[in-house]
Design a protein around this ligand. Sequence first.
Ligand code: 5GP
Length: 179
Amino acid sequence: MATIKVKDKDFEISIDASAIDAAVQKMAVEINRDYEGRNPLFLAILNGSFVFAADLIRKITIPCQISFVKLSSYSGTASTENIKELIGLNEDIKGRHLIIVEDIVDTGLTLDKFLQDLKKFEPASVKLACFTFKKEAFKKSFRIDYLGITIPNDFVVGYGLDYDGYGRNLPDIYKIVSS
Ligand code: 5GP
């Protein structure tokens, strides 16, 4: 199989753009059906989800809004674990029906913390739309309400996902070629 180089590593195709489009379309159909009359607010988590969010939102046919947040990394003083803190939430989300838009769930640690943080803003409801899910790596128990594609536990790039900042522009998703 043909490989591509991203920075200094080789990758091979895993999910092509047409399969991505079909999966996004399926998610949008479900969301359009479930959120009719509920004026949802999509909250996309930057950076990785910007491509998926742009595709998903253009397939949403009901009235909705979208906003973007970021999770900044910092090292907690009492723990060696990398804790990520929510920044950039400018919207008033109290009483809103939120749909979190995420590109990938791996261990789930990042989103788990994010979901806890969101609770204090008292949204009416929170659901998750995740494009890719590494089921074998998942360590948490939250539910992914709208899921694009379950993938093996390989490092992937493309469709917004990066390797050291590179590869986000690729329209397909590629997995690393193990050496
Ligand atoms: P978590 O393990 O907390 O679910 O995932 C943390 C973050 O690691 C994700 O939001 C994503 O930014 C990054 N990540 C996890 N797996 C991959 C991967 O295969 N490729 C890329 N590019 N990023 C990943």
